[in-house]
Each structure stands twice: as C-alpha cells, then as structure tokens.
Design a protein around this ligand. Structure first.
Ligand code: HEC
Length: 158
C-alpha cells in the first residue's frame, strides 16, 4: 500500500515537472517599456501602480519561482493575459484618447470598489494591498489626468 502511494506521488511529481518544463511562462520581449508613457503621473502614484498592478497590467510582469510550476503557471498566465487585454500600462501611448479616458475611469472604479488588485494576488503579495491612502491617491490621479486629457483634446480642436 505504502509503495503504491509512493509510486503515485512520484508519478504526479514527474507529471508536474514535465508540464512545467513544457509550458514555461512566456516573458514579454517588451518588458523594458516604461509604464504610462505620455501620461502625467507623479512618482508616488506610479510606485503604487508598479507595486500593485504592474504584474498583470503591463509587459513588465515579474515571474517568481512558483510561476514556473504547473498548474500555478497556467493560472498566472491566464490572469496576466486577461489583465493585459483589459488594461496594458506598457501600451498607454498607443491607446486612443477615448481609450485612455475610459481606462482612467475604469481604474478609478476598480480601486474604489476594492475589485483590484485581484484577491488571489494580494493573498500572496500582501504588500500589493491598497491602503485607503493608496486608493485616494490613485483616484485623485485618474480625475486630474482625465481632466488634462479632455482639456488637451479640446485645445487641439481649436
Ligand atoms: C493578479 C492579476 C491582477 C492584478 C494584480 C491587477 N489586476 Fe486588474 N484585472 C485583472 C484581470 C484578470 C482583469 C479582467 C477580468 C476582471 O475584470 O476580473 C482585470 C481588469 C482590470 C480592469 C478593467 C475592468 C473593466 O471594467 O473592464 C481595470 C481598470 C483594472 N483591472 C485595474 C487594475 C488596477 C488599477 C490594479 C492595481 C491596483 C490591478 N488591476 C491589479 C488582473 C489583475
């Protein structure tokens, strides 16, 4: 019985190892791009976004050791792909004006409602949790930056 269990465990381990080797997380070749290029954002807010959002909403995802272990790697890969789809801070300068305005509103809503960062992330990354001051700082920034974009677009129409 004991030997059987050992064999099963070893087989499982081998499976995990093979799956991990076959599907490592894919690091972006655009990882070096700056976040929020073209936006006006003070270093304090940028630091919060880098700490709490960057891993899923930019090309500069950090991959800790467990992100190489299947099936955790698959879950992380899915969150990162979906996160980037919704909001990619490394592509900010390529977004249209409307998209940037919409993203700023969405960021404001997500942090105010406590929806972001995702819970499965803050469970492991305790320091990614947003304090009330963090939420306020991000919220304020989204309002100021939106107003700036709108003023800029009105100015360029004249
Ligand atoms: C663990 C990965 C992860 C982290 C960390 C994370 N997000 Fe997300 N985010 C996602 C995923 C996945 C989605 C899309 C699915 C969803 O809405 O749950 C998303 C969606 C969003 C959206 C789009 C919502 C919409 O209305 O379409 C915004 C805006 C957003 N996140 C902002 C943030 C901000 C701001 C932070 C940091 C404070 C953050 N996220 C941290 C994974 C993450």
């Amino acid at each position: 019985m004991k030997r059987r269990l050992g064999t099963i465990l070893l087989s499982l381990l081998a499976l995990v190892a093979v799956a991990s080797i076959l599907s490592p997380p894919t690091k972006s070749d655009k990882a070096g791009r700056p976040l929020l290029s073209g936006a006006r954002v003070d270093p304090q807010v940028l630091a919060i976004l880098e700490r709490s959002c960057k891993d899923c909403h930019s090309e500069a995802t950090r991959y800790p050791w467990y992100s190489y272990v299947a099936p955790i790697s698959w879950l992380i890969e899915r969150d990162v792909a979906e996160g980037r789809n919704h909001l990619n801070l490394s592509q900010w300068s390529e977004y249209s004006l409307q998209r940037r305005e919409r993203s700023l509103s969405e960021i404001a809503n997500q942090v105010k409602d406590g929806e972001m960062p995702l819970r499965q992330y803050t469970l492991i990354h305790r320091n990614a949790k947003l304090s009330e001051a963090d939420v306020n700082a991000i919220f304020q920034w989204t309002q100021v930056e939106r107003a700036r974009l709108i003023a800029e677009s009105l100015g360029s129409q004249r």
